[in-house]
Design a binder for this molecule. Sequence first.
Ligand SMILES: [Zn+2]
Length: 254
Amino acid sequence: MIPRRRPLVLMYHGVGDRGARSDPFHLFVAQDRLRRQLTTLLDHGWTPLPLDAYLSGDTPPRSVLLTFDDGYRAIVDEGLPLLHELGVPATVFVLTGLIGDRSRWMLSMPDEPLVSAEDIREMVRAGLDVECHGWDHSTLVAADERTLQHNVTEAARALAALTGRRPRAFAYPYGEHDEKARRAVAEAGFEVAFSTHTAAGPYAVPRVDVNSTDTDATFRLKTVRGYRMLRRGAGQVPGLRPALHSVLGRAPRS
Ligand SMILES: [Zn+2]
């Protein structure tokens, strides 16, 4: 069931301090910055949700689902201790075909380590929800039946074997989806699927991207309800993010 009040869904990737050269897509948020962001949410009365509570549809106002895509190993080293310390639940989307491997799908950032089977079990033991991001980060847009089967149904089955429970949430690689992909995810038994920008019911719930270019000001702005509406309205305008940063500044990178 999709929540009636539509909690804020934040999309992170890695946790850690990376220079612009090793992280050209700004995917890694440094631990101290993540700490400030989570503390800001808690101080302002936000309730971080476990996936179960999100899916129940019965969520308090100012609810937030924290999601981390790709399953970088750094989430265990640097994310897990912080989440544990602050008592904040989170959902991590991993690639079942790249367990213990590296971020090989990104030509300009191919060597970032990904979680192992033991890392996944550790995250589950720590109370995180480990969910499905596909098999090997192949796009599901215009995918043939075999690709969909592999990246959705088989990926879910392999993940269930690792975690001991069937995954309930899917995050599309690159945030991209089409009608066939959404149907494949629904038919595989997932209850929700997350995109990045485009919305299409419970099988394409958009998320707000948080990355290393965010300052305290841009992060706070991204939690404001109006931001999501503005972003939806300006979905076709590629200049929105640069424009926001030109007004509010951009976090310095080493
Ligand atoms: Zn991804």
